[in-house]
Write a protein that binds this ligand. Structure first.
Ligand code: 6GU
Length: 232
């Protein structure tokens, strides 16, 4: 799967793409991440990409030309056009079903905004799908784009060592329960012990206990998940 990230700050992604899981997926040919600097499509000596908003107000707005031309050039550079996603707090909220849908795509373009936002004509011309990662404000779409890449790649077959681990996850299809608690060695730490059932070797008993833990946790912490999912 190919990701093209369009940003004013490609350097933000360097640590992210060289971290182990993503790095291995890239080396294994399962994932390809290409970074594109929107500023490369700006005009003039100063390469302006933003300007003050017409009508006044704080902050700076991303200009249409560099953004539109960058997207067009990146789309033209590969045989399959990618699905264009604009990361903005005005977008639809990213959920696990949306992540699952995105993971089916061969190619995604992730357009990251900064400043006060995008000139409206960028949206009119490019008609991107607008996505937000939650109800809080980020300084830019870059961290949101990393959230999209991170959540999508773990659903690509072969990226996680153990395929079952993404199926069992909270929020994956058919599972709207929080994960049960986990323990590893030692059996006792500072007087706190591991529940006996986990040491029993009785697999059906362990599965039953874990299921019950998941249910209790979800009831206590996220009772909203026990309601049927709303289509937002
Ligand atoms: Cl995608 N961008 C920004 N700037 N803020 C956000 C967001 C995106 N999602 C939640 N908050």
């Amino acid at each position: 799967m190919r990701f093209d990230v369009l940003t004013l700050f490609p350097e933000i992604f360097s640590g992210f793409v060289s971290q182990s899981l993503l790095k291995l997926a890239i080396q294994g040919g399962l994932v390809d991440v290409r970074l594109h600097n929107i500023r490369d499509w700006a005009e003039g000596k100063h390469q302006h990409v933003d300007d003050r908003p017409f009508g006044g107000g704080p902050g700076m707005v991303l200009m249409p030309k560099p953004v539109v031309e960058c997207v067009e050039a990146v789309q033209a550079a590969a045989e399959t056009p990618g699905r264009l996603i604009m990361l903005t707090p005005q977008g639809k909220r990213l959920t696990q079903p949306k992540v699952e849908e995105l993971a089916q795509q061969p190619r995604l373009l992730l357009l990251c905004g900064r400043y006060e936002g995008f000139d409206e004509r960028i949206k009119q011309i490019l008609q991107p799908e607008e996505l937000s990662i939650g109800d809080y404000v980020l300084n830019g779409g870059e961290t949101a784009a990393m959230v999209v890449i991170d959540s999508v790649i773990r659903l690509i077959p072969g990226v996680l060592g153990d395929e079952q681990s993404s199926i069992d996850d909270s929020f994956s299809t058919g599972n709207r329960l929080l994960e049960h608690e986990q323990y590893t060695r030692p059996r006792e730490f500072r007087g706190l012990t591991v529940p006996d059932v986990l040491l029993s070797g009785n697999h059906s008993e362990i599965a039953r206990w874990r299921n019950e833990q998941s249910r209790k946790r979800t009831q206590q912490r996220r009772a909203d998940l026990l309601e049927p999912p709303t289509t937002e």
